[in-house]
Design a binder for this molecule. Structure first.
Ligand SMILES: Nc1nc2c(ncn2[C@@H]2O[C@H](COP(=O)(O)OP(=O)(O)O[C@H]3O[C@H](CO)[C@@H](O)[C@H](O)[C@@H]3O)[C@@H](O)[C@H]2O)c(=O)[nH]1
Length: 241
């Protein structure tokens, strides 16, 4: 894929991802370099006690400060606000959001970009719940939570997408900024709200089936508080949109 005149800002939110960070960044660099496209990786670390930020600083020395941009915050303020913080510092005209724990394979990023360019879509969303997408490595309880959250959101919010809780997506930056302008979500529920706001604005969404693989290193940060917050925001969005 030749340079297309656009720049892609790839947001990597991290909390205790010291073992995953070198691998995910290596993979992102590999696939973006092969694509020939202009890009930056923005690491938003929330004061991880495991030293993720020190690892990120070492990686910055390897790949360069223009490629690996560090935008840390002092403490864990929530995933949704981490994205918003990253977007404020992004210099690209497209934003890619990807988990740092290797659940999302960077090989899909060039596919997202190709599809976006073909149809001039506002958003390209990775989906685990359509086509040949899928989830590997989750236990029954975790699958039930994800499926249940998606099902409820589909019924109540009628989005134009099949995977509302997944975060692996490509957005036009101005589209994401408009969606964020009315955003109330601070945590994981941010992903769902973005697609609801996109529906309100009439933005176009294309989907790429992805395989989501559960992390090997570290642990998920999705806990009871996030699930309660998800339920509250789901009802709020149902009532107000
Ligand atoms: N900066 C920052 N990063 C965070 C925070 N909470 C989580 N993260 C980072 O966000 C990513 C996803 O967090 P996980 O806790 O590993 O999520 P998961 O259980 O694997 O997956 C769930 O959440 C994802 C959020 O992107 C969803 O994509 C996925 O569908 C699933 O619901 C990881 O890179 C993690 O370090 C936070 O408060 N601050």
């Amino acid at each position: 894929m030749p340079t297309n005149g656009h720049k892609y800002s790839i947001l990597l939110p991290t909390y205790n991802e010291k073992d995953n960070l070198p691998i995910i960044i290596w993979l992102i660099v590999k696939y973006m370099k092969a694509s020939g496209l202009e890009y930056e990786v923005i690491v938003i670390d929330d004061g991880s006690p495991d030293g993720t930020l020190d690892v990120a600083k070492d990686l910055q020395k390897i790949y360069g400060e223009d490629r690996i941009v560090l935008r840390p915050r002092g403490s864990k303020l929530g995933l949704g606000t981490a994205y918003i913080h990253g977007i404020k510092h992004a210099t690209g005209d497209f934003i890619v959001i990807i988990d740092a724990d290797l659940s999302h394979h960077p090989k899909f990023i060039p596919e997202f970009i190709k599809l976006q360019q073909e149809g001039n879509y506002d958003i390209v969303s990775g989906t685990r719940y359509a086509g040949n997408g899928g989830v590997f490595g989750w236990d029954f309880k975790r699958k039930l939570i994800s499926r249940g959250a998606n099902f409820l959101s589909q019924v109540l919010l009628r989005p134009n997408a099949s995977d509302l809780t997944g975060s692996f997506r490509l957005y036009k930056k101005d589209v994401l900024e408009k969606c964020i302008a009315s955003c109330v979500s601070k945590g994981y529920v941010f992903q769902m709200e973005m697609l609801v706001r996109a529906r309100q604005h009439g933005y176009t969404i294309a989907e790429v089936p992805i395989t989501f693989v559960d992390r090997i290193y570290g642990t998920s940060k999705l806990g009871g508080t996030e699930i309660i917050q998800f339920a509250k925001n789901l009802l709020y969005l149902f009532a107000t949109t």
